[in-house]
Design a protein around this ligand. Structure first.
Ligand code: ZN
Ligand code: ZN
Length: 242
């Protein structure tokens, strides 16, 4: 039995908020009380399958791919990259009335993956990395609303193309972010592009840095534009650059 993990009264504190932030006790609490019942591998597979199905349905429903979509694509991409940055920099890291549900990013995700404990140890840990169903629903409402505005102004094909780009970005986010939280010696992290992005995100998971640097989780364009890329040294407790 692991005697380093103190007993915690789940009924008195159902969120684990009184446990030390980033502690082994919180990790244990999350696994036993907050992770879903479905096997973690199936949970990830179900999430990714749903996103792939939505993307395929959207791709097939666009009546005609117009040449000007090539111009729209970077515009839509920059828009969703900016949404990622703004949501992550502000309501996900600062308690904001009306957006408290996304502050779980700190109380759950950063709490579970803190400092040198940035990696998965078992499938239940995937529940602390993949966005939960209610965030999926919220993002679907946002994507649907923006698509609705585009539909009213510019027609169905443009609106469907926006939704296609947004859900493709969402899937890319889930795949990249999942990779960042793999153990440091994972094969995926040997790929140079992935390795660089992963290091930036692991730095963001340093509790002292999290509210200040590296808010883009996929492609760090707005961090670069707005000067929030972390330029300091890698902490000694983390895997160093090779
Ligand atoms: Zn993360
Ligand atoms: Zn964060």
């Amino acid at each position: 039995m692991d005697t380093t993990i103190p007993k915690h009264d789940h009924l008195a504190d159902p969120t684990g908020a009184t446990l030390p932030f980033g502690s082994a006790a919180y990790r244990s609490f999350f696994r036993n009380h907050l992770a879903g019942k479905l096997n973690g591998n199936l949970y990830v597979l179900a999430n990714l399958s749903l996103l792939v199905a939505i993307i395929a349905a959207l791709a097939l429903s666009i009546p005609k791919y117009e040449p000007y979509f090539l111009v729209l694509l970077p515009g839509y991409f920059m828009f969703v990259n900016g949404i990622e940055y703004v949501l992550h920099r502000y309501p996900m890291h600062h308690k904001t009335p009306g957006f408290m549900v996304v502050y779980e990013h700190v109380t759950t995700h950063h709490n579970f993956y803190a400092n040198q404990d940035f990696y998965f140890e078992e499938p239940r840990d995937y529940y602390a990395a993949v966005l939960p169903y209610y965030i999926f629903i919220g993002l679907t409402v946002v994507i649907g609303s923006v698509s609705g505005v585009i539909y009213l102004g510019f027609g169905l094909a443009n609106a469907l193309f926006f939704a296609l780009v947004a859900y493709s970005y969402y899937l890319t986010y889930e795949l990249l972010h999942f990779t960042y939280h793999m153990p440091a010696d994972s094969l995926m992290k040997k790929l140079p592009f992935i390795n660089g992005l992963s290091r930036a995100h692991i730095l963001h998971h340093q509790t002292k840095l999290m509210a200040h640097y590296n808010f883009n989780i996929t492609f760090p364009i707005y961090d670069w534009l707005l000067g929030t890329s972390y330029k300091g040294p890698m902490p000694d407790s983390l895997p160093q650059a090779k």
